[in-house]
Design a protein around this ligand. Structure first.
Ligand SMILES: [Zn+2]
Length: 279
């Protein structure tokens, strides 16, 4: 299903600086290696991204942006853009959709990558809203009567041909990407996010207090993060006989919709699923 032509323009749209690190960084690095141009659009400043009480939101935002830019440099991502919206559930859906439609029309991606907003039990409002509005921007950027004020200076309507949903997915993956050549860069880029590793301390090392992590404990968390990322890549890869992979749910984009009618009908009738694409 996904296009294989060369030199695609790819837009990754996500709410927080660390959102692509765990689920799509290996794939982003592969796309760069394949000659595609990747623009990374981070919607919020990530200014709530710590459990430490001794930092201000401004300090956290500055650290998170530096971490993201360093991580994107490791992956070779060519453009990193921050929209600077507040973190933690303060986004306005209509305003964000308008802004993202403008961004789709400006960057004119062939492929848009976003978090899957339909994941059950997703409690983070930014994940749900940015995933959803990014998908809507992809599907609606082609309509010339929608936000026509954006269509000045030669700008024309545009929709990407594909939307790739990343993260823990609400639907079985229909696309697996081999990241065996990029997993080291993925891990190196994820290690830039020290605050994220601290927030995940409860998952990795219950005896470490995430609000007060020493430099020695930070190394312990990094080692846990490294093992976890390798194990996840191996487990996903096992499904399609690859040593390391990332999984996506990919849909072709039609004006106002995705091309999922045939698949949805097949699922409604209980027919066997199509084999996933492996890239
Ligand atoms: Zn996030």
């Amino acid at each position: 299903m996904p296009k294989t032509s060369k030199n695609l323009r790819i837009l990754a749209v996500f709410p927080h600086p660390d959102d692509t690190a765990f689920f799509a960084a290996g794939t982003l690095a592969r796309w760069v290696d394949q000659g595609h141009h990747v623009t990374s659009i981070c919607v919020t400043s990530g200014n709530l991204g710590t459990l430490r009480p001794d930092q201000t939101a401004r300090q956290v935002a500055d650290v998170r942006e530096k971490e993201m830019r360093a991580a994107n440099d490791v992956l070779g991502i060519q453009d990193t853009v921050t929209l600077g919206c507040p973190d933690g559930g303060f986004l306005d859906a209509g305003e964000l959709r308008r802004e993202l439609i403008g961004i789709v029309r400006k960057y004119r991606p062939d492929r848009l990558l976003a978090l899957d907003p339909w994941l059950r039990y997703e409690v983070h409002p930014d994940h749900e809203m940015v995933g959803r509005t990014a998908a809507e921007a992809a599907a609606f950027g082609a309509f010339p009567l929608l936000h026509p004020e954006q269509l000045t200076d030669g700008k024309t309507p545009h929709s990407p041909s594909e939307v790739w949903f990343m993260g823990i997915l609400a639907h079985a993956p229909n696309c697996y990407v081999d990241i065996s050549t990029t997993i080291e860069r993925k891990i190196a880029s994820a290690m830039e996010f020290e605050g994220t590793l601290a927030i995940l301390a409860g998952m990795f090392a219950g005896d470490i207090d995430p609000s007060n992590v020493s430099s020695e404990q930070q190394k312990v968390l990094a080692a846990h993060g490294d093992s976890w990322l390798r194990a996840m890549a191996a487990k996903i890869g096992e499904k399609v006989n690859l040593p390391a992979a990332e999984a996506f749910y990919v849909r072709k984009c039609l004006p106002g919709h995705f091309d999922n009618m045939e698949q949805a009908l097949s699922e409604m009738l209980g027919l066997p699923p199509q084999a996933p694409t492996v890239m």
